[in-house]
Design a protein. Structure first.
Length: 93
């Protein structure tokens, strides 16, 4: 099945809320960058219509230096992984 659209039999009800795809209303997104254990390093808030790839460098620059071993200076990670939203030719290494 490719997809289907089901219509509600009744309008309203206790569990109804605003439509998540209502284009008349404003919205926002919270792009974030996290470590391998999904602990966020940094979160930013953008408008819902801002493309995620435009926020790539802002998120990467916000990664703090990470402790390697006791007594050694902290350093930034050598590599990062991201999903397709942040993929573009200028950002590939």
């Amino acid at each position: 099945m490719r997809g289907c659209l089901l219509r509600a039999r009744e309008k309203g009800g206790e569990a109804t809320g605003p439509s998540p795809v209502d284009r008349r209303k404003t919205g926002n997104k919270h792009p974030l960058i996290s470590d391998g254990d999904d602990i966020p390093f940094h979160v930013i808030t953008t408008a819902a219509n801002v493309n995620n790839v435009t926020q790539t460098l802002t998120l990467i620059d916000s990664v703090p230096p990470v402790a390697v071993r006791a007594g050694q200076p902290r350093k930034r990670p050598d590599a990062l992984r991201g999903d397709k939203d942040y993929d573009s030719n200028p950002h590939r290494s």
